[in-house]
Design a binder for this molecule. Structure first.
Ligand SMILES: Cc1ncc(COP(=O)(O)O)c(C=O)c1O
Length: 327
């Protein structure tokens, strides 16, 4: 038997939309009405965001203190939830969409992106396999191929979308770890006496995601050796070569180098061709692969401009690249 609205807690709440009382979702008409209100709210917000303080001025606990400590027994009308958004949540927002927000990177919440997010939510796509949503897989492939072309990279490159550069770098280093003959995917790292110490190299200006990836992948912070930079904050290839040589003498196994195209702090660009030379020489010497990953999260998209394409010189010798074009 279908539950009737009156069976539900909150049925007597004044102003409650009966459509919100069932076990299911809103009916299409209610959704349309509330949806229009949300779009109006967003449009007004984007229009007035520069009148709001860039950084939230609330003190710790202010937002939490205005929310119920226990889950509410009854639902609230949509209008009340929107009023809470203005009254409780908005003061606790740091406005990354503010034109004067210069704390980290420029905004990624473009108007087309916001509308796209709404459509994505409506479609509720799960793109884990082609057949779980062919359009998701094929659109992803096409969009990434457009990006490849924009960056002037050769046809052999393929890619995937992730939730961010940190995840991408972790996946790249998982690939590097897998490319060894150590069978970590199957046997793991813990408790094995047959493993050498594994080492990843990156510059002292690299993003913290490299270290985080090493932690998550079981290589540990000690598994990352940082290489010094020159007076333009670029990795020193000679220092890299010396570090690899020294590590090998002490029994480490180099498995990956992460070069950065556009470092977070200064936008410096590591010399990819010289780093690839060091990698190739080490591979020839050691007889096992060393993965070259390029963190272009911040800078790589600049290569879409013909006159800046040189920042990716040497990319064809790399094994992987991450780019966050919205940055
Ligand atoms: C060079 C570089 N790499 C990686 C990241 C991490 O990016 P995400 O936040 O997408 O994980 C950043 C972020 O600022 C970055 O500047």
């Amino acid at each position: 038997m279908n539950p009737q609205p009156s069976d539900h807690p909150g049925a007597d709440t004044p102003g409650l939309d009966p459509a919100q009382l069932g076990v299911g979702d809103m009916d299409a008409e209610t959704f349309r009405r509330h949806g229009h209100a949300v779009i109006e709210w967003i449009a007004d917000y984007l229009d007035r965001v520069d009148d709001l303080p860039v950084r939230s001025r609330v003190t710790p606990g202010t937002v939490r203190g205005q929310l119920p400590a226990a889950p509410p027994e009854a639902p609230e009308p949509f209008e009340a939830a929107m009023a809470d958004l203005d009254r409780v949540l908005l003061p606790g927002i740091t406005h990354w969409n503010h034109p004067s927000f210069h704390g980290y990177f420029a905004i990624s919440g473009s108007a087309p992106g916001i509308l796209g997010e709404a459509l994505i939510a409506a479609l509720n796509v799960n793109g884990m396999l082609w057949r779980t949503s062919p359009s998701a897989t094929e659109l992803e492939e096409v969009v990434l191929d457009w990006l490849r072309q924009l960056l002037g990279m050769s046809e052999g490159w393929q890619g995937l979308l992730t939730d961010g550069a940190s995840t991408s770098t972790m996946l790249a280093l998982a690939g590097a770890r897998e490319r060894t003959d150590l069978d970590v995917r199957q046997r793991g790292l813990a408790g094995r006496s047959d493993l050498p110490l594994l080492r990843v190299y990156t510059s002292e200006q690299a993003h913290s995601s490299v270290e985080k990836a090493a932690i998550a992948l079981g290589l540990g912070r000690d598994g990352v050796r940082t290489i010094g930079v020159d007076d333009a904050f670029r990795m020193r290839p000679k220092e890299l070569a010396a570090a690899i040589e020294e590590d090998v003498r002490f029994g480490y196994r180099p498995i990956a180098i992460v070069a950065t195209v556009g470092t977070t702090a200064t936008t410096s660009v590591d010399p990819l061709p010289a780093i690839a030379d060091v990698r190739d020489a080490a591979v020839a010497e050691l007889g096992h692969p060393i993965w070259l990953h390029v963190d272009g999260a911040y800078g790589a998209a600049l290569a879409a401009c013909e006159e800046h394409r040189h920042i990716l010189d040497g990319i064809e010798r790399a094994d992987s690249l991450v780019s966050n074009p919205h940055k």
